[in-house]
Design a binder for this molecule. Sequence first.
Ligand code: A2P
Length: 315
Amino acid sequence: MKYIIFSNNDRLPLLGLGTWKSNPGEVYDAVRTAINAGYRHIDCAAVYGNEAEIGNAFADAFSAGDVRREELWVTSKLWNTAHKENQVKPALEKTLQDLQLDYLDMYLMHWPIAMKESAGFPFKGADFLTLDEVPLEETWTGMIKQKEAGLVRHAGVSNFNILNLEKLCRVECPEMNQVEMHPFLPQQKLADYCKSKNIAMTAYSPLGSLDRNPKAKSPDEPLMLEQPVVRKIAEAHGATPAQVLIAWSMHRGIAVIPKSVNKHRISENFEATELSFTEQEFDHLNAMEQTFRFIDGSIWTVAGSPYTMADLWEA
Ligand code: A2P
């Protein structure tokens, strides 16, 4: 396993288990299976609605002696409805209570989008707050305070472009930016910027997020797992297409969090840590770039919302 090493020497394993779309009823087994398969990095978020069940899995894994708390890296995320500075600590405390932990290894601002506490799915224009009403810097200041208080060891963001990162860097640069990343969307300019500011990165939806709501998919969406380049490289290594996509992120020094609730696929994905490419194979995967987003952010730009796609994705 390769790691990202932070300035205090904490080590984030590059491969983690994603838990978005892992339903209550299945996520407990997924987390226990992953820990037993060797995963030491679990990616969570309050909005996934499954942190209480993940907390039970952690508690049972610790008491069974499968892993010690200090060997496990746990990330969670602050939801958009708790962006006011005085809302950050209560939101974090709820996550800690659900996860049955007394600290997080990493706490991320989930989106650069502020919403009213009353907002719920599906979103309406009236649910949003503007960034003038709740600046990202205000939320960020609230998050840094939790780091200073010892409730989180590291603080970062998710879905931030360069302009939004620059705003926070005027206060203090985040330690992590978790974004959608795969060979269709390598985000090299953002990765170069993050590297220049010592901001580590995590790739979400590395397999193309096939299990998300069909309403959020376009009918002609390309399937990464079936791309001939990916299949050919997989065959050459006796590996699977999913392992190739996961290894591609690790080859770039970027953490990656494939989601699975299937015992076999959880182990299969972990074995991607063994896979390495020739530079030519890496180049062939890089040539798949087409700036395609599976998570396009359109839920944030409904009628009446103050946010636009340009705010989100243009640097
Ligand atoms: P499952 O949970 O049944 O294994 P992403 O991480 O990009 O969001 O992708 C998650 C989707 O990919 C889920 O549908 C998940 O299904 C599926 N998946 C996870 N691992 C693999 C794998 N090794 N091969 C094929 N599909 C996978």
